[in-house]
Ligand binder design. Sequence first.
Ligand code: SF4
Length: 451
Amino acid sequence: MAMTGLDIYKLTPKTNCKECGFPTCMAFSMKVAAGGVEISKCPHMSEEAMAKLSESTTPLMKAVSFGQGETEYKLGGETVLFRHEKTFVNRNRYAVLFSDEMPQEQIDAKLANMKNVHYVRIGEEMKVEIAALQYTGNKASYLALINKVKASGLKVAYMLVCEDLSVLKEALSLVGDEKPIVFGATKDNYQEMVGLAKDSKLLLGVKAAGLEELYELVENIQKLDYKELLLDTGIASVRDAFTNAVQIRRTALKEQDRTFGYPSVVFINELAKGDKFMEIALASLFTMKYGSILVLEDMDYARALPLYGLRQNIFTDPQKPMRVEPKFYPINNPGDNSPVLITVDFALTYFIVSGEVERSKVPTWLGNPDAGGYSVLTAWAAGKLSGSVIAKFIKESDIESKTKCRKLIIPGRVAVLKADIEDGLPGWEVIIGPDEAMHLPKFLRTMEGIN
Ligand code: SF4
């Protein structure tokens, strides 16, 4: 349960020594309760107090991990129900389902789609993170399937969907080193499943016929001292799966009951019953509420573009602007006579502008000074994008050695900066660009004296 400032104050030495930077222990405690400072800033807290505080500040929803190396992912650790309260922490991950009963052509087609859908959007790599490998009764085919996915060269984590302990052990002999998820523990096999998962601390999927049974099962697994869990929301119906996903999260965060304080998995492929567009709609729904792993039938661009775009929006901190690194970016292979174009480091602005410059096919050096992550006009109004900021950025970069062209194009909306920039950058001609990025291609193509 979250501690109040008064609760924390009771654990401090109450000497008001000020070493933490606050005038009194009470002031310090209030700030800790508000999340504004770490408790470790007080060097005089007893070990007992620290232990109590760290327990109370551990998120009610446990953060778990799976996979290895570049395919290692974290789930859970969320502290709020709604993104407007505070940022969500660990984004959900998408899985594609394979099974031992699938024809080889279908497996090949899914693997090809997974390889194909791999791109970067606003600095984030978009791809399928998990291959969910379902056992339906043919052991030889199942093991061959695992080997096939392994040999495909795809960088994915594995989820072994298999309740047969002996088959699961053989599957683990193939991919156990890669810390797969093992799914699923039921009321009938959970002791053996926990035994199998515990040694390597593997994430264990837990499934039950309903929420009450799931709750009881998780309690039993916790009694075995195992807490690396992933809760199945069920596949009885869309309504049940959604209700369960919300109820699991609410129970953990609102009722502060850690029994349901784990991430969840939703088998969207089962709920959508082969309807691709229903699958996209449901995956969108569960991306927002509250599927941690979403298992899909396949991943092509029709699925990927809406889902990854949505996920990126949901799992960014609304209080922090999305930024790109302030520096010069070469667009269309610029050379030593290419012009210099200035925009800002707000990701949305940068990607719109860079896209239009690419579309122009005019080789250009595109620079974005540190403008606080704001859009052009906001940055200008906040004093983050001024003549001196741009002049300093140019001088401190090595752009003058990369191009002999001394034409500097600035956004039309900050035309007012022209004189200031020219004062700060002798030898440069500042050109007022268009107000809107969409007019850049024509502007660049018709600009005289470049390239
Ligand atoms: S350092 Fe610790 S003891 Fe000293 S004022 Fe801060 S909270 Fe109190």
